[in-house]
Design a protein around this ligand. Sequence first.
Ligand SMILES: [Zn+2]
Ligand SMILES: [Zn+2]
Length: 359
Amino acid sequence: MSSQMDTQDSNKSPDFSEARKNLAYLRTHVLNGQHENQVCEGEEADLHKHMLDCKKNPGHSSFIPYKKFEINDLSEEYRDVDLFEFVKVVADLTVRIKVKKVSKERQEFWPDTNMPYPFYDKKGTEFLRTGSGQVNEVIQFTDGVGRDRHGKDIIREYKKCMCRPCRNSDSPKNVWWEVVVRTATHVVYDDIECADTSCRLFYDEEKSELFTLEDLILLEVNIEQDWCLISYMSCGSMAYRERLLSLVVQRVDLWKKVCNKFQNSKNYFTFIVSHPHGYAKQVSFGVYLDNYKVGKFDDKLDLMMLTYNTPTCPGSSGAPVRCVGLGVGHVHNGSLPSNGLNYSGVSLVFPDGSPYVKF
Ligand SMILES: [Zn+2]
Ligand SMILES: [Zn+2]
């Protein structure tokens, strides 16, 4: 159970054919909005222009630059040191994703619908676009066996390191580390796009030190639910590895504390950390408004999409969405032009009317 608490790694539901049908209905009739990649018409330096020209949230006064975030920014009900620390840990693990290529394999429609899939009309071309994502795991592997943040064994099909030096070596290492990042599939669609993807970590303000992961491999992709896992592999020394590992562990512990503390709250505080317009990290607050059941994951968990009024902008696609009422983590998916609400991809929620994590 606990392995599903923090964020799902794999939603392989037994009755997913029914779920696919429900999801197709939702994507066609209910949650049929705009994706939130930021497309950059020029170089990265031009992202600043998109920030200034923003039509969705002009001035961005509803976002808090992460560097300026303090506990008093939380409303009185949620002004709590553990929640404050939790938001900071989620923020520290949030990454800016930059992709330079659109795969020629992009599909024309969302699965089982006639709703256009993002960037199909640009497939096979190259231009800069940005999204957001989050470090999900930091795991050490020996001969393809490692242990995740919940202490669960993780087995890789590959048994040797696949970092660039090892890929070009006759004797690849058998011990390596992976930093696994979760984002939306409509941000990184397949291994062609993944090969041209970079993740900037700790991009907290404009002058933050440049720390970027490149040469990522695509681990897992779920187009229907709109999430994917991409992995950076390293068998040598890696800056910030211990810090990232510690943050991933803290996130699990703090989330338990926060969910237990706020289990009687009915306001469903929902926060997002993202990189609007590909710019430095921003925190935004709001509430979750509705959930849409897609199907069952197992006896205890349903697959759901959420709507929320937490502000997002182009560049927020793939960002972590945390609803303190629901005890799980979603990935930001898009925005509805009709009513200005934002919505997530599919993740796990308790079905029994009790929205809180049971530990
Ligand atoms: Zn904006
Ligand atoms: Zn290696």
